[in-house]
Design a protein around this ligand. Structure first.
Ligand code: ADP
Ligand code: MG
Length: 212
Protein backbone atom coordinates (compact mmCIF):
# COMPACT_ATOMS: atom_id res chain seq x y z
CA UNK A 1 0.00 0.00 0.00
CA UNK A 2 1.32 3.44 -0.90
CA UNK A 3 2.38 5.65 1.99
CA UNK A 4 0.07 8.32 0.71
CA UNK A 5 -3.05 6.13 0.65
CA UNK A 6 -5.80 7.62 2.83
CA UNK A 7 -6.24 4.14 4.33
CA UNK A 8 -2.88 4.51 6.12
CA UNK A 9 -4.55 7.11 8.34
CA UNK A 10 -6.76 6.51 11.30
CA UNK A 11 -9.85 7.80 9.47
CA UNK A 12 -13.39 6.55 10.12
CA UNK A 13 -14.39 3.92 7.58
CA UNK A 14 -17.34 5.95 6.30
CA UNK A 15 -14.94 8.80 5.42
CA UNK A 16 -12.70 6.32 3.59
CA UNK A 17 -15.63 5.05 1.56
CA UNK A 18 -16.67 8.59 0.66
CA UNK A 19 -13.10 9.28 -0.51
CA UNK A 20 -13.38 6.17 -2.65
CA UNK A 21 -16.61 7.41 -4.23
CA UNK A 22 -15.03 10.81 -4.89
CA UNK A 23 -12.11 9.12 -6.64
CA UNK A 24 -9.54 10.53 -4.21
CA UNK A 25 -6.99 7.72 -4.25
CA UNK A 26 -3.85 9.21 -2.77
CA UNK A 27 -3.27 12.13 -0.44
CA UNK A 28 -1.80 15.25 -1.97
CA UNK A 29 1.51 16.30 -0.34
CA UNK A 30 -0.12 18.89 1.92
CA UNK A 31 -2.72 16.33 3.01
CA UNK A 32 -0.03 13.73 3.70
CA UNK A 33 1.89 16.21 5.84
CA UNK A 34 -0.93 17.83 7.74
CA UNK A 35 -3.66 15.20 8.17
CA UNK A 36 -1.91 12.92 10.66
CA UNK A 37 -1.19 15.97 12.85
CA UNK A 38 -4.75 17.29 12.54
CA UNK A 39 -6.26 13.90 13.39
CA UNK A 40 -3.94 13.82 16.37
CA UNK A 41 -5.46 17.09 17.64
CA UNK A 42 -2.41 19.28 17.03
CA UNK A 43 -2.56 22.94 16.01
CA UNK A 44 -1.26 23.14 12.45
CA UNK A 45 -0.07 25.92 10.16
CA UNK A 46 -0.17 24.64 6.58
CA UNK A 47 1.23 26.59 3.69
CA UNK A 48 0.50 25.45 0.15
CA UNK A 49 -0.48 26.88 -3.20
CA UNK A 50 -3.97 27.09 -4.63
CA UNK A 51 -5.09 23.67 -5.82
CA UNK A 52 -2.92 21.70 -3.40
CA UNK A 53 -5.94 20.14 -1.66
CA UNK A 54 -6.07 22.19 1.53
CA UNK A 55 -9.86 21.94 1.89
CA UNK A 56 -9.89 18.16 2.18
CA UNK A 57 -6.87 18.35 4.51
CA UNK A 58 -8.78 20.28 7.16
CA UNK A 59 -12.19 18.93 6.07
CA UNK A 60 -11.26 15.29 6.69
CA UNK A 61 -9.53 16.22 9.93
CA UNK A 62 -12.48 18.10 11.34
CA UNK A 63 -15.00 15.47 10.20
CA UNK A 64 -12.92 12.71 11.73
CA UNK A 65 -12.74 14.57 15.04
CA UNK A 66 -16.45 15.49 15.13
CA UNK A 67 -18.81 14.01 17.70
CA UNK A 68 -21.78 13.55 15.36
CA UNK A 69 -24.15 12.60 18.16
CA UNK A 70 -23.66 15.98 19.81
CA UNK A 71 -25.73 18.46 17.78
CA UNK A 72 -23.79 21.60 18.70
CA UNK A 73 -21.44 23.87 16.76
CA UNK A 74 -18.14 22.05 17.15
CA UNK A 75 -16.26 23.41 14.15
CA UNK A 76 -15.99 26.85 12.60
CA UNK A 77 -14.26 27.52 9.28
CA UNK A 78 -13.52 31.16 8.47
CA UNK A 79 -13.01 32.08 4.80
CA UNK A 80 -12.28 35.46 3.17
CA UNK A 81 -15.22 35.51 0.72
CA UNK A 82 -18.68 34.06 0.27
CA UNK A 83 -17.58 32.27 -2.88
CA UNK A 84 -14.77 30.50 -1.02
CA UNK A 85 -17.03 29.68 1.92
CA UNK A 86 -19.55 28.10 -0.47
CA UNK A 87 -16.80 26.01 -2.09
CA UNK A 88 -15.50 24.86 1.29
CA UNK A 89 -18.99 23.97 2.54
CA UNK A 90 -19.63 22.02 -0.66
CA UNK A 91 -16.42 20.02 -0.28
CA UNK A 92 -17.09 19.26 3.40
CA UNK A 93 -20.64 18.12 2.53
CA UNK A 94 -19.25 15.81 -0.18
CA UNK A 95 -16.74 14.32 2.27
CA UNK A 96 -19.49 13.92 4.89
CA UNK A 97 -22.15 12.48 2.58
CA UNK A 98 -24.31 9.87 4.28
CA UNK A 99 -22.62 10.12 7.67
CA UNK A 100 -25.21 10.60 10.43
CA UNK A 101 -26.82 13.71 8.97
CA UNK A 102 -23.86 15.95 9.64
CA UNK A 103 -25.18 19.49 9.35
CA UNK A 104 -22.98 22.11 7.66
CA UNK A 105 -24.30 25.68 7.71
CA UNK A 106 -22.85 28.64 5.78
CA UNK A 107 -23.09 32.15 7.25
CA UNK A 108 -21.77 34.87 4.95
CA UNK A 109 -22.04 38.60 4.57
CA UNK A 110 -24.07 39.95 1.67
CA UNK A 111 -26.87 37.50 2.51
CA UNK A 112 -30.04 38.39 4.46
CA UNK A 113 -29.46 38.20 8.22
CA UNK A 114 -32.89 36.99 9.39
CA UNK A 115 -32.94 33.60 7.65
CA UNK A 116 -29.48 32.89 9.09
CA UNK A 117 -30.91 33.33 12.61
CA UNK A 118 -33.58 30.76 11.73
CA UNK A 119 -30.95 28.33 10.43
CA UNK A 120 -28.90 28.76 13.59
CA UNK A 121 -31.96 27.95 15.68
CA UNK A 122 -32.24 24.64 13.80
CA UNK A 123 -28.64 23.87 14.78
CA UNK A 124 -25.47 22.72 13.05
CA UNK A 125 -22.31 20.72 13.69
CA UNK A 126 -20.10 22.76 11.38
CA UNK A 127 -20.27 26.42 10.39
CA UNK A 128 -18.47 27.88 7.40
CA UNK A 129 -18.56 31.61 6.78
CA UNK A 130 -16.96 35.01 6.48
CA UNK A 131 -15.55 36.70 9.61
CA UNK A 132 -17.69 39.87 9.63
CA UNK A 133 -21.00 38.01 9.55
CA UNK A 134 -19.90 35.34 12.01
CA UNK A 135 -18.73 38.08 14.39
CA UNK A 136 -22.15 39.72 14.15
CA UNK A 137 -23.96 36.47 15.01
CA UNK A 138 -21.60 35.86 17.92
CA UNK A 139 -21.90 39.45 19.17
CA UNK A 140 -25.72 39.41 19.02
CA UNK A 141 -25.91 36.07 20.79
CA UNK A 142 -27.31 33.99 17.92
CA UNK A 143 -24.17 31.85 17.62
CA UNK A 144 -22.70 30.20 20.70
CA UNK A 145 -19.13 28.96 20.44
CA UNK A 146 -18.92 27.40 23.92
CA UNK A 147 -18.57 23.89 22.47
CA UNK A 148 -16.20 24.76 19.65
CA UNK A 149 -13.46 22.15 19.30
CA UNK A 150 -11.85 23.22 16.06
CA UNK A 151 -11.34 26.63 14.48
CA UNK A 152 -10.04 26.79 10.90
CA UNK A 153 -8.68 29.94 9.28
CA UNK A 154 -8.70 29.23 5.55
CA UNK A 155 -6.78 31.53 3.20
CA UNK A 156 -5.60 33.40 6.28
CA UNK A 157 -3.37 35.71 4.22
CA UNK A 158 -6.31 36.91 2.12
CA UNK A 159 -8.50 37.28 5.19
CA UNK A 160 -5.99 39.64 6.76
CA UNK A 161 -5.50 41.57 3.50
CA UNK A 162 -9.24 42.15 3.47
CA UNK A 163 -9.13 43.68 6.94
CA UNK A 164 -10.82 40.89 8.87
CA UNK A 165 -8.32 40.85 11.74
CA UNK A 166 -10.65 42.58 14.24
CA UNK A 167 -13.55 40.24 13.47
CA UNK A 168 -11.28 37.22 13.80
CA UNK A 169 -10.12 38.52 17.20
CA UNK A 170 -13.71 38.89 18.47
CA UNK A 171 -14.55 35.37 17.31
CA UNK A 172 -11.45 33.94 18.98
CA UNK A 173 -12.32 35.69 22.24
CA UNK A 174 -15.70 33.94 22.17
CA UNK A 175 -14.19 30.49 21.56
CA UNK A 176 -12.82 28.13 24.21
CA UNK A 177 -9.08 28.47 24.68
CA UNK A 178 -8.51 24.71 24.64
CA UNK A 179 -9.72 24.38 21.05
CA UNK A 180 -7.68 23.09 18.11
CA UNK A 181 -6.71 25.86 15.67
CA UNK A 182 -5.76 25.17 12.04
CA UNK A 183 -4.37 27.90 9.83
CA UNK A 184 -4.15 27.50 6.05
CA UNK A 185 -2.49 30.04 3.84
CA UNK A 186 -0.82 30.34 0.44
CA UNK A 187 1.76 32.80 1.78
CA UNK A 188 3.20 33.36 5.22
CA UNK A 189 3.81 37.09 5.83
CA UNK A 190 4.92 38.42 9.25
CA UNK A 191 1.37 39.37 10.17
CA UNK A 192 0.34 35.71 9.92
CA UNK A 193 3.29 34.63 12.02
CA UNK A 194 2.30 37.07 14.76
CA UNK A 195 -1.39 36.05 14.66
CA UNK A 196 -0.38 32.40 14.82
CA UNK A 197 1.77 33.08 17.84
CA UNK A 198 -1.11 34.78 19.57
CA UNK A 199 -3.98 32.40 18.82
CA UNK A 200 -2.35 28.99 18.39
CA UNK A 201 -0.99 26.48 20.86
CA UNK A 202 2.43 25.05 19.91
CA UNK A 203 1.56 24.90 16.22
CA UNK A 204 3.34 22.51 13.91
CA UNK A 205 4.21 24.14 10.60
CA UNK A 206 4.05 22.26 7.30
CA UNK A 207 4.89 23.66 3.91
CA UNK A 208 4.54 22.29 0.42
CA UNK A 209 6.27 24.08 -2.42
CA UNK A 210 4.61 22.66 -5.50
CA UNK A 211 0.92 21.95 -5.90
CA UNK A 212 1.39 18.23 -6.64
P1 ADP B 1 -6.73 24.52 -2.24
O1 ADP B 1 -7.68 24.88 -1.14
O2 ADP B 1 -5.41 24.08 -1.71
O3 ADP B 1 -6.61 25.61 -3.25
P2 ADP B 1 -8.72 22.59 -2.98
O4 ADP B 1 -8.96 22.05 -1.62
O5 ADP B 1 -9.73 23.53 -3.51
O6 ADP B 1 -7.28 23.26 -3.03
O7 ADP B 1 -8.51 21.33 -3.95
C1 ADP B 1 -8.27 21.48 -5.33
C2 ADP B 1 -8.92 20.34 -6.10
O8 ADP B 1 -8.29 19.10 -5.81
C3 ADP B 1 -10.39 20.15 -5.79
O9 ADP B 1 -11.08 19.99 -7.00
C4 ADP B 1 -10.45 18.85 -4.98
O10 ADP B 1 -11.66 18.17 -5.22
C5 ADP B 1 -9.26 18.10 -5.51
N1 ADP B 1 -8.63 17.18 -4.54
C6 ADP B 1 -8.31 17.47 -3.26
N2 ADP B 1 -7.70 16.43 -2.68
C7 ADP B 1 -7.62 15.45 -3.60
C8 ADP B 1 -7.07 14.11 -3.60
N3 ADP B 1 -6.47 13.61 -2.52
N4 ADP B 1 -7.16 13.39 -4.74
C9 ADP B 1 -7.75 13.92 -5.83
N5 ADP B 1 -8.28 15.16 -5.91
C10 ADP B 1 -8.21 15.93 -4.81
MG1 MG C 1 -8.60 26.59 -0.48
Amino acid sequence: MSQTAFSTLNLHSDLLSNLDSLGYEAMTPIQAQSLPLIIDGKDVIAQGKTGSGKTAAFGLGLLNNLNVKRFRVQTLVLCPTRELADQVAKEIRRLARGIHNIKVLTLCGGMPFGPQIGSLEHGAHIIVGTPGRIEEHVHKGFLCLDELNTLVLDEADRMLEMGFQDSVDVIIDAAPSNRQTLLFSATFPDQIASIAKRIMNNPVQVKVESSH
